[in-house]
Design a protein around this ligand. Structure first.
Ligand SMILES: Nc1ncnc2c1ncn2[C@@H]1O[C@H](COP(=O)(O)OP(=O)(O)OP(=O)(O)O)[C@@H](O)[C@H]1O
Length: 704
């Protein structure tokens, strides 16, 4: 297994701070690059382990003993934990995980030779315990707004730039006004040149500021986009199985709607919104130039505002209907693509086509309504803008005739009013995007509030290595949104190393027992314990790295055989991979292919036969040499010879492992010593294989 210095340093620090985490739980769910941690992932993982950390560029002499322990990046991609540093004596105490020597004293000169100049400072995050009243609890930041606020410095600068840009807006009308009123009547060409040069300078500034402003808004948008997208994905992958969405396609569509939020935080939208308050500055300038004329654009702004507000309700409804129908369409699409073969066999194409066309028709109706509503906002804004111009010119003529306004003043006022209404019209045109973004945000808010597997406020017991004893204590379990209990009062006790088969009729609850052992669901009543520890107290990643599982429905992913076996454990070395492949019988069929282990398996493993898929799943289960194997019909698609070979391999190589086997095949029972019979969610027999067999044969067991 490849050594990961940063990960080891972090694991050491979690022990140092009294809340130990195993390597598996620290790396769980993180996008490792070549199976290794980098500084970014260190920070994310530390954060989950209750440690706040930050990378600093620091010389050794600048690291104060007060900030230790600190992780130091060493040359050649190594790292160590600096426990303390004594600048006067010239030495430090470090832990170099690679050597496994524990704490070492080292001279500062030696350390400086290896040190790369970067360090990670770490601090324990404060956690409130249950006694602290929730009213005093500091509410954690909203996932979306908190991230956007993270770029507040950029937005502050954008606001400043917008203030300048909006001040510059008055430059052009003032220039024209002065030319009309002063230059033209007096033929003052010198003044004209001075004014023209001034205007050119102002507009050049304006141009540069606008470019910079868009760049920064997009930069902030991109930063938030990356952070938000990874947060959403982390949440989705961490969802508890009980919260698993009913439809993959529609859930995927909800997630894709993040696109509309992304669009909303780009420069064109933000600029329109930011410019809006500044229109009042322009209105004031109009008031200074033309007095009561300012009321005309003000009234027009009010009209556009009222119209935009009035269409919000219908627009929201039609946007929501479009989005919902889109989800439904996506659900139909994904389901039919994944089940194409079954659809053809059942000749169900026309049913799906009907569903599809119904969704498409519905979407077309509602999206036309959405488009009409949103384009009406833009058309009305343009109409009101034209009316505003007429109103201004007509009233302006009267003011000129009474000597209250100059010709230039009127032209400047008309120009300024146009500038004043532009952001308002833009905002009115944004109504659809706003509603789409809002619906998407509401949908994603729901996703972000769904229960996840790893509870941040739960203190897990650190038990990276389990022996394999399994206990069910009066376990009741019902699947989410189901009325009938799948398990009823199940009590079982498997010793470490025991080989047990669970048998029973279809739908009796065998697979459910396995899912509970894997911690995919939590029991409704009672407890499931491994080595005496309630599963709810074990970190799911520690638990699952101790269990190898072949499930009934095997899912392989697009990639090679090798990638599928090492899925989730890319850090594993080739020796372990080959051993697992050998036991599971993968080597046998892989060797017959020119690409061997690098053979592509296709999406969901569709290039392979059912039995080959089972072999790969078994190799994946055996890869980490776990103490527990949970096998659900592992040989259902295998021929007798392959099954026999697999049984022999498992018998000889997995002597110490606890094996829980679910099967309908009598031939598989050679592997086990004990039989548990489940019926209707209850254990109806449990004992040595021969005894239970005999009881079954004599019809002594009452199976409903
Ligand atoms: N994901 C699920 N959501 C809701 N109900 C489920 C789910 N999975 C199983 N069930 C229900 O729970 C009950 C037990 O199912 P389970 O899969 O444990 O049966 P099983 O004994 O493994 O059957 P088989 O031998 O057919 O695999 C069944 O009635 C089934 O309808």
């Amino acid at each position: 297994m490849e050594f990961d210095p940063l990960l080891e340093c972090l694991a050491f620090l979690t022990r140092h701070y009294g809340k130990p985490y195993s390597n598996d739980s620290l790396r769980a769910g993180l996008p490792l690059e070549e199976g290794l941690f980098n500084a970014d992932l260190f920070i994310r993982s530390a954060n989950r382990a209750g440690l706040a950390s930050k990378v600093h560029k620091r010389e050794l002499v600048d690291i104060s003993p007060l900030v230790t322990p600190v992780v130091l990046f060493l040359k050649k991609r190594k790292a160590c934990v600096l426990l303390d540093i004594d600048h006067e004596e010239g030495h430090a105490r470090v832990v170099l995980p690679e050597t496994g020597d524990g704490v070492k004293r080292i001279s500062l000169e030696d350390l400086a030779d290896h040190y790369s100049g970067y360090a990670i400072y770490i601090r324990e995050k404060h956690r409130y315990d249950k006694r602290s009243p929730t009213t005093l609890d500091v509410k954690s930041r909203h996932w979306f707004w908190g991230t956007i606020l993270g770029s507040w410095r950029i937005y502050r600068d954008v606001l400043l730039a917008s203030l300048m840009i909006n001040l510059f807006v008055v430059a052009s009308p003032l220039f024209v006004m002065n030319v009309y009123d002063r230059v033209v009547p007096n033929q003052a060409f010198d003044t004209l040149w001075v004014l023209a040069v001034g205007a050119i300078i102002v507009f050049s500034f304006d141009f540069v500021l606008k470019m910079i402003r868009s760049y920064f808004i997009d930069l902030a948008g991109k930063k938030s986009d990356i952070l938000l997208s990874s947060r959403i994905m982390e949440r989705v992958l961490g969802l508890s199985m009980s919260a698993r969405p009913a439809s993959v396609g529609s859930f995927a569509k909800n997630l894709q709607d993040f696109e509309s939020i992304r669009e909303f935080i780009t420069s064109s939208t933000v600029t329109a919104l930011v410019d809006l308050p500044f229109t009042f500055i322009i209105l004031m300038v109009i008031f200074m130039l033309g007095g009561p004329l300012a009321f005309i654009p003000l009234f027009c702004m009010f009209l556009i505002g009222v119209y935009s507000f009035a269409i919000q309700g219908p627009l929201r409804r039609s946007v929501e209907k479009t989005l919902r129908s889109n989800s439904q369409k996506s659900a139909t699409l994904i389901e039919s693509l994944t089940g194409m073969e079954a659809l053809k066999i059942a000749q169900a194409e026309s049913d799906i086509q009907y569903k599809w066309e119904k969704s498409v028709g519905h979407i077309a109706t509602w999206s036309i309504r959405t488009k009409m509503l949103s384009s009406s906002a833009s058309t009305i804004s343009a109409y009101v803008q034209q009316m505003c111009n007429i109103g201004l010119v007509a009233t302006g003529v009267f003011l000129i005739s009474e000597g209250d306004l100059s010709m230039g003043g009127l032209i400047a006022t008309v120009m300024l009013a146009g500038r004043c209404l532009a952001p308002m019209a833009q905002v009115a045109g944004l109504a659809t995007r706003y509603n789409q973004a809002k619906s998407a945000l509401d949908g994603l808010n729901q996703v972000m509030e769904m229960p996840i597997e790893r509870h941040e406020d739960r203190d897990y017991v650190n038990r990276p290595e389990l022996k394999g004893a399994i206990e069910f204590d009066q376990v009741d379990f019902t699947y989410p949104e189901q009325e009938i209990q799948a398990l009823r009062g199940i009590s079982l006790n498997f010793k470490a190393g025991e080989k047990v088969a669970i048998i029973g009729r279809i739908g009796s609850g065998k697979t459910t027992i396995e899912k509970l052992i894997l911690g995919l669901y939590e029991p409704e009543n009672g407890a499931v314990r491994i080595d005496g520890i309630d599963l709810r107290q074990l970190n799911p990643s520690d638990l699952r790295s101790s269990i190898g599982c072949v499930s009934q429905d095997i899912t392989l992913f697009y990639g090679t055989i090798k990638e599928n076996i090492t899925l989730g454990a890319s850090f594993i070395d080739d020796e372990a991979l080959l051993k697992a492949a050998e036991i599971a019988g993968v080597t046998e069929f892989a060797n017959k292919h020119p690409n061997g282990m690098d053979m592509m398996v296709g999406e969901r493993g569709q290039n392979l036969s059912g039995g080959q898929r089972q072999s790969i799943a078994l190799a994946r289960a055996l890869l980490m040499d776990p103490p527990i194997l949970v096998l659900d019909e592992p040989s259902s698609s295998m021929d007798n010879t392959t099954e026999q070979r697999m049984k022999e391999q498992l018998k000889t190589r997995c002597k110490d492992k606890t094996i829980v086997l679910v099967t309908h095949k009598a031939s598989m029972l050679d592997m086990v010593d004990r039989l548990v019979v489940v019926d209707n969610g209850k254990v109806v027999a449990d004992g040595p294989k021969e005894q239970v067999h005999a009881a079954l044969k004599q019809g002594k067991l009452k199976i409903e």
